[in-house]
Design a protein around this ligand. Structure first.
Ligand code: CA
Ligand code: CA
Length: 444
């Protein structure tokens, strides 16, 4: 590391608003002392995700840089930049944060306050339940970034009244690349979660030209939406997880997106919708041997209907499922699942219309994330050869299996395998089902 400037008395005041100025954004540390005061102020970022897990830099939604976001799947996660404060509006899943990353080794003092904008609405609707605020320090070590730890016990503090959280915390030994995070969480629901956050860091210490500026952001998932079938291994289809028909780009009420023959069958960048007996499917085919991690977020916001079922398969084995039938607004999180994959393996996210195949309000905001832990995608590998496509819907009927998700299937299976006889019956039953399915497939 090249230390280009060392001065114990150096004091830099980074203003929170400075990050929105294009001239100051992520500039490297000054090569001359006189430039330093402006150049070094780029060490702020707006971040989205889990402050104790994976998170990412947000991007401005316009040239004015008054609003920043990350994903179409979690569209309400936005940092709105005001005069001297920011509304870090949390998403359905992810927190919205402001972060600061240390340009060197020294001492930092973090000051600011957090106010909940809508305390008057508390009690009018159970979904309006305030926010939770954490002030965290994430140390950069030789092995990477440690898990973020609370500063001054400001850890998931509930804010649902007019009372502000005010902080002024000294960090005597801050290291190059250490990250301080001011994180706003939705407390389970992000209705009316507007807030006003001010956050600034007074830093005294070295300025290192090659100090990290990645804020400890996580590896990005494989881009899970495009307008080309097969790009990055992703395909968009309708049918059943075992047999399906690829969608075409068409205009429907969601816009110009992947569509099936029915008006409500579609996949857009942030939303999916099934129709009737056919699931809407997002299918990923591996082009490499390696290890992946899969997670997801599924948000249904509806006061009617029988819900939307989400099932995730790896080569036909169902590895996660959820019956998203809550009346109201609810986020269903798929916690990370690791899988070893071989070339041609399929991960299928299936969205089906529910127990009664009722289409009403079946749109789901869906994040379908696949992260590569090891292995290298091979662009030359023909993933389409591993699709299970059908020529027409009649061909799909032949492999018709289940679309409804039993609500407490995990418990039922547990009770059955608890008894030796029950377990034997279950295994025998599974074999019979498998044989029947094989015969059906051959017939189709
Ligand atoms: Ca809330
Ligand atoms: Ca439904």
């Amino acid at each position: 590391m090249r230390k280009i400037f060392l001065c114990a008395a150096l004091i830099l005041l980074f203003s929170a608003a400075a990050v929105i100025s294009p001239a100051n954004n992520y500039a490297s540390a000054a090569s001359a002392a006189e430039e330093m005061n402006t150049e070094a102020s780029g060490n702020y970022a707006y971040l989205y995700g889990n402050p104790r897990g994976k998170y990412y830099k947000m991007k401005p939604t316009s040239e004015e840089k008054t609003a920043w976001n990350y994903s179409a799947e979690d569209e309400w996660a936005v940092a709105y930049v005001g005069n001297g404060y920011t509304n870090l509006h949390p998403g359905n899943r992810g927190d919205v944060m402001q972060g600061w990353q240390s340009p060197g080794n020294g001492e930092a003092t973090v000051t600011g306050e957090v106010e909940f904008n809508n305390p008057n609405l508390i009690g009018t609707d159970p979904a309006i339940n305030g926010i939770r605020f954490s002030l965290l320090l994430r140390k950069k070590t030789a092995d990477g970034y440690a898990t973020a730890q609370p500063l001054a016990d400001i850890d998931n503090v509930l804010i649902d009244t007019v009372e502000k959280v005010v902080f002024n915390v000294n960090v005597p030994n801050i290291g190059s690349g250490d990250v301080i995070l001011a994180a706003v969480n939705n407390n389970g629901n992000n209705n009316s979660d507007g807030n006003s956050v001010s956050f600034s860091v007074l830093y005294t210490g070295t300025i290192e030209e090659d100090a990290p500026d990645d804020f400890g952001c996580g590896e990005l998932p494989i881009p899970a939406f495009s307008y080309t079938q097969g790009e990055n291994g992703w395909y968009y289809a309708y049918g059943l997880p075992q047999k399906y028909i690829l969608m075409d780009i068409g205009l429907n009420y969601a816009g110009y997106v992947w569509t099936g023959p029915k008006p409500y069958q579609f996949v857009s960048s942030g939303t999916v919708h099934p129709n009737g007996k056919w699931s809407t499917l997002k299918i990923w085919i591996a082009s490499f041997d390696g290890e992946i991690e899969i997670d997801g977020m599924f948000v249904r916001n509806a006061n009617e209907g029988d819900g939307t079922n989400v099932d995730v398969y790896h080569n036909g084995e169902r590895i996660w499922w959820e019956q998203c039938d809550y009346i109201g607004s609810k986020t269903y999180n798929m916690e990370p699942i690791r899988r070893t994959v071989k070339k041609g393996d399929a991960i299928v996210f299936s969205f089906s219309a529910g127990a009664r195949l009722d289409n009403r309000a079946d749109g789901i905001n869906a994040a379908t994330n696949i992260y590569i832990l090891s292995g290298e995608p091979d662009d030359e590998f023909d993933t389409s050869a591993y699709l299970q496509t059908a020529k027409n819907e009649a061909e799909i009927v032949g492999v018709r299996e289940r679309t409804a998700t039993p609500k407490e299937s995990g418990l039922n299976v547990g009770a059955l395998v608890g008894g030796l006889v029950g377990g034997a019956v279950l295994v025998a039953g599974a074999v019979v089902v498998a044989i029947v399915l094989m015969k059906r497939r051959k017939r189709g």
